[in-house]
Design a protein around this ligand. Structure first.
Ligand code: ZN
Length: 507
């Protein structure tokens, strides 16, 4: 397969997303243009607005002792509140990506209601976990009875932590940040009573990305108590093995493990922790290169099969789970932010096009839980206000984030084009607009039109994909690249597959 990149160079305000992720653009700086990703995002915006906010909020009001305004959703009872947390994230992401005002209004309503819950709880807590008060009080004392009998309580509340962070980060709602930090302080108080052995027992149960959350709180506040908490949530059984380069993932529940590695990557980046980096990188390599199937997804019946058992993928009706790939993309973004290797972007492309995009029904917008690899098998899609599966939660978020990784930057000096998706980047900090026109994967070319408001110089790095087997060529203003000398930019094309790096400069 070949890929032609054509560049045309002509002359001619953002919210807070980069507060945490310094190499990304705000979603409102990247406009998706017509194509499958814009279709998916627009459809998902419509679907999100069909959900009943008061029903999603009911578990939080109940646990705060406040009267509910609507009935709970009966599906996935016991994990009450998890989809509410994802929904807050999804509204924030879709508002940032599309500017849709109803997404914003709903988000403000949700945050106001959740603030009422936090005030009524009186201790910073905002959760829908059934029997919250008693369960968490007991856990703090080291009594694991109710915790073990409940459905993954930390996993559940992690979704609301992420929702509050995202309401601040993507949609700029300052109050949500304060609520997030108070909620983190509640979490610190709960684990303050537990010794290291008890932490290890507790983190043996799925806990979502609680280590990532505390790393975020550290980045926001600079207070080391949060990064220490992130490290306490590492779950040594996975962390130590991964950091030592031992794959102990056979037959383990897959999506329990991926978010742990997301947290390791964040701790590595924020605390310069080499061992955490090693653990995150080794985990990524094992899952992306040894435990994923052709669509970039992983798991069979939610578990990593033993290395000797991969044939069973073809027979099994429960193939790769959507949540796992949602989290693998996060892990990939965070590793790429530390080491922008094309290998990471190759995986991202594969999993985003072939798995994530396919997990939405193209007409009614329902979400997929499992993507079976069984030949000619069916898939099951969720219905609005009925299915409350984990993959409905991550599904709500996925289709608003397509603009997040197409372009990344390293300050004003360097722009990377990681993905070939029809889009327009408004690089406000550099007063540059870049329009990418492509039908990829239906055609094998992409045209980038770079509009500079005034002369400036930056490096443009266009990924040379792993799948280009017979050629990769670049034209600048219609000329073969070597002849395309331009006095206003320096372009370095990185032929970035694996260790092979090719640099060519103009200007
Ligand atoms: Zn799931």
């Amino acid at each position: 397969m070949t890929l032609l990149i054509a560049l045309a160079i002509t002359f001619g305000s953002a919210t807070a997303q980069d507060k945490l992720y310094h190499n990304t653009f705000n979603l409102n700086q990247v406009e998706l243009l017509d194509g499958p990703f814009k279709h998916a995002m627009d459809l998902n915006t419509k679907v999100l607005l069909e959900y009943d906010t008061d029903r999603l909020l009911a578990p939080f009001l109940k646990e705060a002792g406040l009267p509910k305004k609507a009935e709970y959703f009966p599906n996935w009872a016991g994990l009450d509140g998890h989809v509410g947390g994802h929904y807050v994230s999804a509204l924030a992401i879709h508002y940032a990506a599309t500017g849709n005002k109803e997404c914003y209004d709903r988000l403000v309503y949700m945050i106001d209601e959740l603030e009422r819950c936090q005030i009524a709880n009186g201790n910073g807590y905002i959760g829908g976990v059934p029997n919250s008060k008693q369960l968490w009080e007991n856990l703090k004392k080291g009594d694991f009875g109710l915790f073990r009998g409940a459905w993954v309580p930390w996993y559940n509340v992690h979704k609301m932590y992420a929702g509050l962070r995202d309401a601040w980060q993507y949609a700029g709602i300052e109050k949500a940040k304060d609520m997030f930090i108070k909620f983190c302080d509640w979490g610190l108080d709960i684990i303050s009573g537990l010794d290291d052995n008890q932490m290890e027992q507790m983190t043996g149960t799925e806990f979502g990305g609680m280590n990532e959350i505390f790393a975020d709180a550290y980045q926001i506040t600079g207070d080391r108590k949060y990064i220490e908490a992130a490290k306490r949530f590492r779950h040594k059984d996975i962390f130590e093995n991964m950091a030592d380069g031992r794959d102990n993932l056979d037959n383990k529940h897959a999506n329990t493990q991926v978010p742990k590695a997301v947290g390791y990557a964040r701790v590595a980046a924020l605390d310069n922790d080499a061992r955490a980096k090693q653990a995150a990188e080794f985990f990524w390599d094992r899952v992306a290169n040894h435990r994923s199937v052709v669509i970039g997804g992983n798991s069979r019946s939610e578990h990593f099969p033993a290395a000797s058992d991969y044939k069973s993928y073809v027979e099994h009706r429960e193939g790769p789970e959507s949540c796992n790939t949602n989290n693998m993309l996060k892990l990939t973004e965070f590793l790429f932010a530390m080491d922008p290797k094309a290998e990471y972007a190759d995986f991202y492309e594969k999993a985003m096009y072939n798995h994530i995009l396919s997990t939405q029904h193209p007409e009614h917008g329902g979400y997929v839980y499992f993507t079976p690899l069984r030949p000619a098998h069916y898939r099951v899609y969720s219905a609005v206000n009925q299915g409350m599966w984990c993959c409905v939660g991550t599904g709500m978020e996925n289709h608003g984030k397509y603009g997040e990784f197409i372009y990344t930057h390293d300050g004003a000096q360097e722009l990377r084009v990681n993905l070939f998706v029809a889009s327009r980047l408004n690089w406000t900090e550099n007063k540059v607009t870049i329009t990418q026109e492509t039908q990829f994967p239906y055609s094998e070319s992409s045209k980038l039109t770079i509009n500079l408001k005034k002369a400036r110089k930056f490096r443009l790095l266009v990924r040379c994909p792993e799948w280009t087997t017979s050629g990769y060529s670049v034209k600048v203003n219609g000329q073969e690249y070597a002849a395309g000398v331009c006095s206003r930019c320096t372009a370095i094309i990185i032929c970035s597959h694996r260790a092979q790096v090719e640099e060519r400069r103009c200007g």
